[in-house]
Design a protein. Structure first.
Length: 318
């Protein structure tokens, strides 16, 4: 997160800075403006330099030299970062914004500081301002997570969608959108996000974190297919989810039904057994289905303990 906010600030500072030569425009007060700018630019003491910048802002309501003054004022942000002085950094940014409310450097600085301070309400305030001035995936990402931390899932989804619109390969945000849609009971949308997440993760390394994300996406796609009666597709998706994340009890549970519907009773029994030993929320129902199928297939449940033991061994659970 720190890297995201720091890179966001560098980009804004780079875009905002205008050389003094390019900024020269004749105006009634230009000579006075430029003289004060030169004085601030030549000042070596950071505190005195910032004071001169604020003096400039108070004295001149608007100037062609505003981007230069903004650069001078916020070039010292690294000093705040090194000291972890996030409240000072936020206060400094807000003071600047009193005189230049549309300054991108100030909005970016405030956004970063309040993210570090864990004040989501303030982050939303300044992150939204920053995004409205110049839409970026970084700003949208921060605002989305701030809303999520406040349990405002409607606004979280709005800002998360803005994030992935600008950064379609942001798998982290896509996974969060899958979760939000799943919790809201919107399976088609969860599946859509799942498909996008799979695409975003195509070139990602085969590590545990990535596999869990892929499994989560396939689970959403599988459930949408299952509820829609597309059982062959559901079986395929849940099969992939269970291989990528063997501890995904829901994938095994749904696979049990998919195998049963396709006449693969023994595979259904084994899938339900895995859901049982993983002790998830569907374990009780999975046990019942497993025993029912054993009765149908063999007329008894004598092998139940052996089947459960084999499921534990395969999954590596006690």
């Amino acid at each position: 997160m720190g890297a995201k906010t720091s890179l966001l600030m560098v980009a804004v500072l780079s875009l905002a800075f205008v050389s003094s030569a390019a900024a020269i425009q004749e105006s009634d007060t230009y000579a006075e403006e430029y003289a004060l700018y030169q004085k601030a630019d030549q000042e070596k003491d950071p505190a005195k330099q910032k004071a001169l910048v604020l003096e400039f802002m108070k004295k001149f309501k608007s100037s062609r030299l505003d981007p230069n003054m903004s650069f001078l004022y916020f070039q010292h942000n690294d000093a705040y970062r090194k000291r972890g002085a996030w409240q000072e950094m936020a206060t400094s940014a807000e003071e600047f914004l009193r005189y230049r409310p549309s300054d991108q450097n100030a909005a970016a600085t405030a956004t970063e500081a309040y993210q570090k301070l864990g004040k989501p309400g303030k982050l939303v305030q300044f992150g939204t301002r920053l995004y409205n001035q110049k839409p970026s995936a970084s700003a949208a990402y921060l605002v989305a997570n701030a809303y999520k931390s406040m349990n405002d899932f409607a606004n979280f989804e709005k800002w998360a969608e803005r994030t992935v619109k600008l950064a379609p390969n942001n798998a982290e945000m896509l996974v969060q959108l899958i979760d939000a849609a799943w919790r809201a009971g919107n399976l088609p949308k969860a599946a859509q996000y799942g498909a996008k997440a799979i695409k975003a993760l195509e070139k990602s390394p085969e590590d545990n974190k990535t596999n869990l994300a892929r499994a989560f996406a396939y689970r959403a796609m599988g459930e949408d297919a299952y509820i829609g009666g597309k059982f062959a597709d559901a079986q395929s998706y849940f099969g992939k989810a269970s291989k990528l994340d063997p501890g995904n009890d829901f994938a095994h549970f749904r696979l049990g039904y998919c195998y049963w519907r396709s006449g693969k009773t023994d595979r259904a029994i084994n899938a339900f057994a895995k859901a049982v030993v993983l002790k998830g929320s569907n374990a009780k129902q999975a046990r019942q289905e497993m025993y029912n199928l054993l009765h149908q297939r063999y007329g008894n449940t004598r092998n139940a303990a052996k089947i459960l033991s084999a499921a534990k061994a395969e999954l590596g659970v006690q």
